[in-house]
Structure formats: C-alpha cells, structure tokens
Design a binder for this molecule. Structure first.
Ligand SMILES: NC(=O)c1ccc[n+]([C@@H]2O[C@H](COP(=O)([O-])OP(=O)(O)OC[C@H]3O[C@@H](n4cnc5c(N)ncnc54)[C@H](O)[C@@H]3O)[C@@H](O)[C@H]2O)c1
Ligand SMILES: [Fe+2]
Length: 405
C-alpha cells in the first residue's frame, strides 16, 4: 500500500491571499522571516485579513534563512503562551519550515528535536492548531509538502523532518508574492524545484499519482524558469505553480541523493564565511547525480522519458541522458549558477576561487559523505552509493569532473 497526501485546500492564482478572510478560529499566529514580506506589503494584508475574519493575531518575526533548532524552540514557546488555533506561515521555505517544526513542539511540548527527526514517526497533530502556508519563493513547495528542514548549527548539518502530519491544512499559492523576488533567488529556488521534479520522477517511490505532476512540472520549469529569471512576470506566475506541482510529486514520491548531498554540504562550511544555498547546491549536483544514477537501467529509462518530454532528441537512452545533463548545465549557465563547489563564491555566484578551500573540503569529505548516506533522502534514490562512491561523487561536484563510475 502507498499513500498520497496533499493539503485539504490549495488556493492559487492572483489574489488568493484574500481567502484568509474566510478562516474560522480565535487566535492566529503569523510566522515570518526577516522583512521581505513586510516590505512587499503582504504581511500587513495577511494580518488585516485574519483580523477581518475575527481573529486575534500575534506575529512571530525574524525567522532566519536555514532556520536553527533554537529558533524553532523559541517560536514554540511563543505559541505555548499565545495558544493559537491557526498557525499561518508566510515567506520562503525557511520561515514555513521553522513554523512546521514549532507546530510539532507546540502540540507536544515534551518532544525533542531528535524525536522530530524520526522519519514518519510524528504523533497526531491538529489537537491544538491547524496550519496554513503561504509561499513567497518558487522552489521549496513546502506549502504542500510533508517536510521541514532545520539546521543543527552545532553539528553544521541540515536535518529533514518528514511526516504527512506536517503537510499543511491549507496552502496559498498567490503568484503576486513571488514578483518581488530578486533574480538570484529566482534562479536558486527555480533549480530547487527542477531538482524536486527530476528526483521525484526517478525515485524508487514514484507512482502513477506522482509521475504526471513531476513531468508537467519539468515541462513548465523548462519553459518558464529562465524567462522568469529575466523578469518576465507571466513566466514568474507559471513558475509559482510549477514549483508547487513539483512539491506535490516529491512530497509523495520522495527525493534522492542530490538533496542528501545538498543537506550535508549546505551549512558545513559556514565557518569559511558562507552557506552553499540549497537551490544552488542542487543545481550543481543534479547533473552529476543524473550521470551516476543512469548506471541503473530503470533510472536511465526514466531519464530518457524526461528527455523525450523535454524534446531534447537523442537516438537511445544513453544519448538522451547525455542531452539531459547538457541541458541542465546550460540552465545553470543561463541562471548564473556555478557548476561546482570550487567555483562557488561566497555570494552564490560563479567565482574564479570559490569560498570553500580545497584542503578544507578534502578534510571534511569523509564525514560529509557518511552523513549524506544517512540522510532521509538517500533511501529512495534509484542507485544506492557506497561510502567510497559518495566521496567520489562529492569530489566530482567539487572539481566539476566527469562521473564515470
Ligand atoms: N520543506 C521542504 O519541503 C523543503 C524543500 C526544499 C528546501 N527546503 C528548505 O527551504 C529553505 C530555503 O527556502 P527558500 O529557498 O524559499 O529561501 P528562504 O526562505 O531561505 O529565503 C531566502 C531569502 O529570500 C527572501 N525572500 C523570500 N521571499 C521573497 C520575496 N518574495 N521577495 C523578496 N525576498 C524574498 C527572504 O527574506 C530571505 O532573505 C532551506 O532551508 C531549504 O533546506 C525545504
Ligand atoms: Fe529542495
């Protein structure tokens, strides 16, 4: 038996935010990030609509990018005091993910972060509050997914919390929120969405319910991401839907080792002055992982199907895989994303000298690979790498060398 779970309601299209006026409840806590939602005027709208619905409203602001365990605990404490029956999270993946984890701790105050990380091991939520997610970036699709990514900064590791219990009750996918995204954010979040769709399609947990979502998302991202990056706002609107479809696919089909590697490299070099931004990490690693996974015959066939839907040509599956890799790398060029860690600058842009020194990378390689193998996304990857293969793969991602194993 398999399970396919989505939010009960997904409100989409311009003006969808207004649906908040119809919510029923007593108290709503709005969780948000550092200020982009306020600058865009969206936070004020959310607050006004919830008040119009007759609710008392409290704000929990300042959730940082790649949210920490500490922030989650602080937010949960605020919830325990205010006792909301609605949690409304607005912003990018970071504030929404943090709010999901706060929700768990609010419902079960005795829960530890370790408890939360037991895959599909959460107790029943919704005994205190329902959850509404409003996404402002076009990538993570956390508004429809069963995931939340929290960083343990003491370990320098991102941990995915995975359980259908944290799939939101309501998702609001209003493209107007995405219009204020700076170009670099469009690029990174868009390639995150592309990675979600491709990994979901070749995942060992793919099924008839997830395949059409993944394929349609890939087609839409191919048609719209670069245009959206170049400020075409119709394409930007389409990307907001495309990333959500990709999310519906991967929330149910799971992901693969591109994400395992992105989770374990994201914060591990923070002491060198920067993070490897999630979407950029995915964009760099995806072509390498396609080459690695294509040694598995079923995965190779599925990449061939993706290439066919993308009209890339190719006389056989080997050629199709090659063309797919070439196309993904071209997207990175068009979006000004580097191809490898050694050229990843502290600002996320291509640089002659990346911010991760070679000796630091090599010194940490063994542990990063070991942690990536243990990541919750590794189990559904179509080809299971050994420790040695994972290290080799990460080296290819550092030096931009060919994957021939
Ligand atoms: N839960 C999931 O299923 C899932 C999937 C993929 C990634 N993630 C996680 O999500 C996080 C990344 O989320 P993200 O890529 O959405 O970025 P983010 O939430 O970290 O936001 C990045 C920056 O963009 C700003 N921003 C957000 N929306 C904006 C807008 N419309 N206009 C202008 N600025 C805006 C934010 O203020 C912030 O400074 C990572 O921690 C990643 O691991 C989660
Ligand atoms: Fe992702």
């Amino acid at each position: 038996m398999a399970r396919f779970t989505l939010p009960r309601d997904i409100y989409h299209g311009k003006g969808a935010l207004e649906v908040l006026k119809t919510f029923e409840g007593k108290r709503a806590m709005i969780c948000t990030g550092g200020g982009s939602m306020k600058r865009g005027g969206f936070l004020q709208k959310v607050e006004a609509y919830l008040k119009e619905a007759g609710m008392e409203v409290e704000l929990f602001e300042g959730i940082e990018s790649d949210p920490s365990v500490e922030t989650v605990m602080k937010g949960a404490e605020a919830m325990q005091k205010f006792e909301p029956d609605w949690i409304v999270a607005i912003g990018g993946g970071s504030p929404i993910d943090a709010a999901k984890a706060m929700w768990i701790k609010y419902e079960y105050p005795e829960t530890t972060f370790e408890d939360m990380c037991k895959v599909f091991g959460l107790p029943r939520l919704r005994t205190k509050a329902k959850f509404c997610a409003i996404s402002s970036t076009s990538g993570t699709a956390t508004e429809v997914t069963a995931f939340s990514i929290i960083t343990d900064y003491q370990k320098g590791i991102k941990y995915p919390i995975a359980d259908f219990e944290i799939t939101p009750d309501v998702a609001i996918v209003d493209p107007e929120l995405a219009h204020t995204m700076p170009k670099k954010l469009v690029a990174h979040t868009g390639m995150d969405a592309m990675t979600h769709a491709v990994e979901a399609y070749v995942s060992t947990a793919n099924c008839d319910y997830t395949d059409p979502l993944a394929i349609h998302a890939i087609e839409m991202i191919m048609d719209n991401l670069v245009k959206s990056y170049n400020e075409d706002m119709d394409a930007r609107d389409a990307m907001h839907n495309a990333q959500c479809l990709a999310g519906m696919a991967f929330s149910n089909a799971l992901l693969g080792i591109v994400h395992s590697m992105a989770h374990k490299t994201g914060a591990v070099f923070a002491d060198q002055g920067a993070h490897i931004i999630h979407g950029a990490a995915n964009a760099m690693y995806l072509p390498k992982v396609v080459a690695f996974n294509a040694k598995d015959p079923v995965a190779k066939k599925r990449y061939g199907v993706i290439a066919d839907y993308m009209h890339l040509g190719g006389a056989n599956d080997d050629e199709k895989v090659e063309l797919l890799i070439k196309y993904l790398r071209k997207m990175n060029d068009d979006l000004n994303i580097p191809h490898s860690i050694n050229h990843y600058g502290a600002d996320g842009l291509p640089a002659e000298q990346g911010f991760v020194p070679e000796e630091v990378f090599l010194e940490r390689l063994h542990d990063i690979a070991a942690n990536a193998l243990l990541d919750a996304c590794t189990g559904s990857n179509p080809r299971q790498p050994s420790q040695e293969e994972m290290e080799k793969l990460l080296k290819c991602c550092y030096y931009d060398t060919e994957v021939d194993f």
